[in-house]
Design a protein around this ligand. Structure first.
Ligand SMILES: [Fe+2]
Ligand SMILES: [Fe+2]
Length: 265
């Protein structure tokens, strides 16, 4: 697994972990993000059980596990949060923040470990990293794609972690940063049309993020947007008509004789 520093002012650092060359073919590639602020750390979307050993190895290159104060799970998916019991098994004092609607679902990843979950209210919260003054903001991103979902904004680094928004299903050798937005669209299009259920929710998120105006948008899969590509991404998302991937499948598309056969059983 590779890691790359996205921001570092000497006391506050963002690291992306991803593009794991040893990952099994059938597992979707994920980006995990580590924030180390005055030696206290937060992990954003720590990933699934399958990638836990690789993520742990990379994290410990930057900070020891006893410094991890918190984990944020943007939503409930296994590629986001199924490793939680491993992290809490290592360091039981880690606080895990997730959307309140998913607390009792994410608890299924517990494997006998108390996951120390805090349900985040729909309007979001301000999160303090340990004793530092470098607070993070959990920004509502509901229905993009999950019905309870948050992005995370860090004013100090001016980076927005967008979870599954802006995701690209890219080949393994794709660069960590988007270098040609127009060519990158083909990696994003299918994911957004199929996994995003609501254009209204997506537009509301874009509006929110335009106000924040971050210098970088970091998704949980694919490549990172910076510079002019931040605006290009927001404009592209704003114009998307999502949640209709299967709308062409009318009832008449279903083979009638097949239906009748099932019905007779
Ligand atoms: Fe997801
Ligand atoms: Fe995801």
């Amino acid at each position: 697994m590779k890691s790359e520093v996205l921001f570092d002012d000497g006391t506050h650092k963002w690291v992306v972990l991803g593009r794991d060359p040893d990952k099994k073919e059938e597992i979707i590639d994920t980006n995990e993000y580590l924030i180390v602020s005055e030696e206290q750390a937060v992990i954003l979307d720590p990933g699934g059980i399958e990638v836990f050993p690789q993520v742990l190895t990379e994290v410990t290159r930057h900070v020891s596990t006893d410094k991890i104060q918190a984990i944020v799970a943007s939503h409930q998916d296994p590629d986001i949060a199924s490793s939680l019991s491993m992290w809490l098994g290592l360091s039981p004092n880690i606080k895990v923040y997730c959307p309140w609607v998913w607390t009792t679902f994410i608890a299924h990843f517990g494997l006998g470990v108390d996951l120390n979950l805090t349900g985040v209210p729909d309007e979001g919260i301000e999160l303090t990293i340990g004793s530092t003054q470098n607070n993070l903001y959990l920004v509502p991103a509901h229905y993009c794609h999950s019905s309870g979902n948050f992005s995370v904004y860090d004013p100090k680094a001016d980076i927005l972690f967008s979870g599954d928004i802006g995701v690209g299903l890219v080949p393994a050798d794709t660069s960590l940063f988007v270098d040609d937005f127009d060519k990158h669209i083909k990696y994003m299009e299918k994911f957004h049309l199929r996994w995003m259920p609501s254009s209204a929710a997506l537009k509301a998120w874009v509006k929110r993020v335009r106000l924040i105006n971050p210098s970088m948008i970091c998704p949980q899969h694919g490549s990172i947007f910076r510079g002019d590509d931040v605006k290009r991404l927001l404009d592209w998302l704003d114009g998307l008509d999502v949640g209709k991937w299967d709308m062409g499948l009318e009832a008449t598309d279903v083979n009638k004789s097949q239906w009748m056969k099932w019905k007779k059983r």
